[in-house]
Ligand binder design. Structure first.
Ligand SMILES: *[C@@H]1O[C@H](CO)[C@@H](O)[C@H](O)[C@H]1NC(C)=O
Ligand SMILES: *[C@@H]1O[C@H](CO)[C@@H](O)[C@H](O)[C@H]1NC(C)=O
Ligand SMILES: *[C@@H]1O[C@H](CO)[C@@H](O)[C@H](O)[C@H]1NC(C)=O
Ligand SMILES: *[C@@H]1O[C@H](CO)[C@@H](O)[C@H](O)[C@H]1NC(C)=O
Length: 297
């Protein structure tokens, strides 16, 4: 599972200055699930976003690396970082202020430092992540899922959103392109979302992304690869409204199926679900300090 080239090239490029990591979400192999529940030990927000009464130590799994392989940026010889799996079940109903979001099922990791206006949303920053399907906890492609996104600080819109599944309200269910990863741009001011990049979400394969936002000039750039490939630029720098700053969400937000006008509270969600998505290589870089990492070596 681990490419031989990694061992050969790790020394050759060691002298190059790596971009500066300003938030580190990669977990060491001995990181315990219980440490996810404590703000003092977790690199993620220990409380949000989870179903009422749920804990990260229960909703997050550490899948066997011999099954998943390490993700591209979790290759950190001599010690790898481990993949983490975000799961949802029937109780994954987020209930902020006692108001149950019955239309959604959600479990989303938030970087612990990311309070909406912190350093991860200043200047130009790049969020790295890898994502992979779990064949034993498949998503239901009749639904729309938002699996990594930045929600603006005032919660009114998204700076960008990575989605999969059938778009809510689609006439064809499941939609022909349901099994694709689709990166949409800003929805500020109620703007209709434009799909900037789309790729088949093939089973059994890591998809690696680096999504960069210039929070001053309001632009976005995106890099992508599969497996252990070098990231290549798939969205060249273009305008994208980032004035709302915001918070990164990494995990599962499952939308209901119609009819629903208030999607967070209405619509249909089947019961007895057990779904998951596997993530790895989670970190944020400051572009002003040596650009963007396209490979870990
Ligand atoms: C995990 O391993 C590292 C060495 O790689 C060690 O420094 C650290 O104390 C260990 N943490 C726990 C919780 O065992
Ligand atoms: C967010 O974090 C930054 C950096 O730590 C801090 O300066 C700022 O006051 C925080 N904002 C809020 C609303 O807590
Ligand atoms: C998938 O979702 C659809 C729409 O909610 C539902 O009818 C179907 O039973 C679900 N399939 C599974 C396997 O849960
Ligand atoms: C960006 O969105 C904000 C909030 O909706 C809006 O006030 C502003 O006019 C937008 N900027 C551009 C360039 O569209």
């Amino acid at each position: 599972m681990i490419p031989a080239i990694f061992f050969l090239s790790s020394f050759a490029t060691a002298a190059l200055a790596a971009p500066k990591v300003i938030w580190e979400g990669r977990l060491k192999m001995n990181f315990s699930a219980a440490d996810l529940d404590k703000p003092t030990t977790s690199p993620y927000n220990a409380e949000f976003v989870l179903g009422a009464g749920q804990k990260w130590s229960e909703q997050l799994l550490f899948p066997s690396m011999s099954v998943t392989g390490p993700s591209l940026f979790d290759l950190g010889y001599p010690d790898y970082r481990k993949p983490i799996e975000v799961t949802i079940n029937d109780k994954s109903i987020f209930t902020p202020g006692g108001n149950a979001q019955k239309g959604f099922r959600r479990s989303e990791l938030l970087p612990s430092t990311n309070n909406g206006t912190d350093a991860t949303v200043q200047g130009t920053t790049t969020l790295h992540f890898s994502v992979k399907e779990d064949v034993h906890r498949p998503l239901n492609y009749s639904h729309q899922y938002e699996i990594v996104f930045i929600e603006t600080n005032d919660f009114s819109s998204h700076v960008w959103t990575l989605k999969t599944g059938t778009p809510f309200g689609s006439s064809e269910v499941p939609a022909k392109d349901a099994r694709t990863l689709r990166l949409g741009g800003s929805t500020a001011g109620g703007k209709a979302e434009e799909v900037l990049f789309s790729v088949p979400f093939d089973t059994g394969c890591w998809h690696n992304f680096a999504v960069q936002t210039n929070w001053v000039d309001n632009t976005i750039s995106v890099w992508h690869s599969t497996g252990y490939g070098l990231l290549s630029e798939v969205v060249k720098t273009r305008a994208n409204n980032a004035t709302g700053k915001g918070q990164a969400h990494i995990g599962i937000l499952k939308l209901p199926t119609p009819p629903a006008t208030d999607l967070s509270h209405e619509g249909y969600q089947p019961s007895d679900i057990n779904e998951g998505l596997i993530y790895g290589g989670l970190f944020v870089e400051d572009w002003s300090q040596n650009g963007v990492s396209r490979t870990p070596w």
